[in-house]
Design a protein. Structure first.
Length: 80
């Protein structure tokens, strides 16, 4: 399966979503068929590592593990 992006592949475009789409898919149960279909369309697999996404002008990575799917990965600033 071709992925739209991977954390180590900066030249690939992030998965772009609206805020409503992000709120829907990041909070869905991981067994929901609609989530699985969306993931397939975007080339995302469970437990495949962080995925780059973009909502509006905000790019970020999110978790793909089944136990934590859709959680934003926040990088701490140096010294924090």
């Amino acid at each position: 399966m071709n992925r739209e992006n991977t954390p180590g592949d900066a030249e690939k475009a992030p998965i772009e979503m609206t805020k409503d789409q992000w709120n829907t898919y990041s909070n869905m149960d991981t067994s929901d068929p609609a989530l699985k279909l969306w993931m397939e369309e975007k080339g995302i697999e469970f437990d495949s590592g962080p995925v780059l996404a973009k909502v509006g002008d905000e790019p970020f990575f999110f978790e793909t593990s089944k136990g934590d799917f859709g959680t934003k990965i926040i990088e701490e600033e140096p010294g924090e």
